[in-house]
Write a protein that binds this ligand. Structure first.
Ligand SMILES: NC(=O)c1ccc[n+]([C@@H]2O[C@H](COP(=O)([O-])OP(=O)(O)OC[C@H]3O[C@@H](n4cnc5c(N)ncnc54)[C@H](O)[C@@H]3O)[C@@H](O)[C@H]2O)c1
Length: 327
């Protein structure tokens, strides 16, 4: 007898991680429904079915979660630090509506698993972080995120725990730390630091200067999309009910990141610091002790290899656009 395929819905399937996750689950022989308010921008979806639905409304969340075993709820109104700092009320409102609608609809439709992507932005803003600060999961409380986005993610994490405790809905929560890679936004305001830096350097000539938000000494860690997908999959199929970090524990400053991209691009790039621009917390890096122990997961793709793939893709997109303009 033919084995029944696992049926999953990926929300936010028109966006960066959601689009990649649809492809990943198809390779695992899932039946996949993609849902978003828009189609993927850079290539066709691999989903068996793609529904355009606004998931702030519960009737739409009910349609999205109908007849599926697993829910990967990646839909969210989000972007880089400039964006999330500029639309606080809209962002809080939209994301709370999406998350509450999706959890309640998943409960009503009796799904087996519900994956939720939280963020490293739930961690408190350690104003004077110790050198090499790594964020352990337990540091999230007492809570003091430095953005509304972080507070909303914390609220959604708690709601996932409540749905498990009160209704037995099998929720899984990952805290992503800067996921990057091809097929993500790289212009227009929603892009995050890795894509923005790659774009600026792709557009610059050898010897040019690029604008850097802050003093460039902020520490971050970056996790390549393929590692993140493995983490999502393993966590969803695990019995881990507490939030775990999915990120890299290899810290780099923004200055170092720019130097790596410049080297890949083969360009000498000068930095002009703009201290008036939003720059986030001084240091944010993942502590992977718990996730390594519980999930046997850790990122495998070295930063330089991941950045090269991301830079090459962004450069190629920019070149394609230029060519089209000149035709
Ligand atoms: N990329 C990262 O580094 C990162 C870090 C931490 C957490 N996350 C979380 O992971 C998830 C996916 O992130 P991403 O980088 O793929 O973002 P993305 O912006 O590329 O994708 C989000 C998608 O959600 C869709 N969406 C927005 N409002 C919607 C609505 N009302 N109904 C249906 N769809 C809607 C958007 O159209 C978009 O395609 C988000 O929850 C995000 O907060 C991402």
């Amino acid at each position: 007898m033919k084995k029944r395929k696992i049926r999953a819905v990926v929300t936010g399937a028109g966006g960066f991680i959601g689009h990649h996750l649809v492809k990943f689950l198809k390779k695992k022989d899932y039946w996949v429904r993609g849902v978003d308010i828009k189609y993927p921008e850079f290539e066709k979806t691999a989903a068996d079915e793609f529904l355009l639905l606004d998931l702030r409304f519960k009737r739409n969340a009910l349609k999205a979660t109908k007849n599926v075993d697993q829910v990967y709820n990646l839909a969210s109104n989000m972007g880089g630090i400039g964006f999330i700092d500029s639309v606080k009320a809209r962002l809080m409102n939209d994301n709370i509506l999406i998350d509450t609608s999706m959890l309640e609809a998943s409960r009503q439709n009796k799904v087996n698993r519900f994956f939720y992507p939280s963020s490293a932005l739930v961690y408190p803003d350690f104003k004077e972080p110790e050198k090499n600060l790594r964020l352990k999961e337990s540091y999230a409380y007492p809570a003091l995120p430095d953005s509304e986005y972080g507070w909303e993610k914390l609220f959604a994490e708690r709601l996932c725990a409540d749905y498990y405790e009160d209704y037995g809905l099998e929720t899984r929560v990952a805290r992503f730390h800067n996921i990057y890679g091809p097929l993500g936004a790289y212009e227009g305001g929603r892009e995050k630091s890795p894509a923005a830096i790659c774009r600026k350097i792709a557009l610059a000539r050898d010897g040019d200067e690029i604008e850097v938000w802050g003093d460039g000494k902020q520490m971050r860690s970056y996790c390549y999309i393929d590692d993140c997908l493995q983490g999502i999959y393993r966590l969803t199929h695990s019995e881990i009910h507490q939030p775990v970090n999915i990120g890299s524990d290899h810290p780099v400053s923004i200055n170092e990141f720019i130097d790596i991209v410049s080297e890949i691009a083969g360009k000498s790039i000068k930095k002009r610091y703009d201290l008036s621009k939003p720059q986030g917390v001084r240091s944010r890096n993942s502590d992977n002790t718990l996730v390594r122990k519980l999930l046997k997961w850790e990122p495998k793709i070295p930063l330089k290899i991941g950045i090269k793939k991301n830079y090459d893709w962004i450069k190629n997109e920019i070149d394609k656009k230029k060519k089209k303009k000149n035709l």
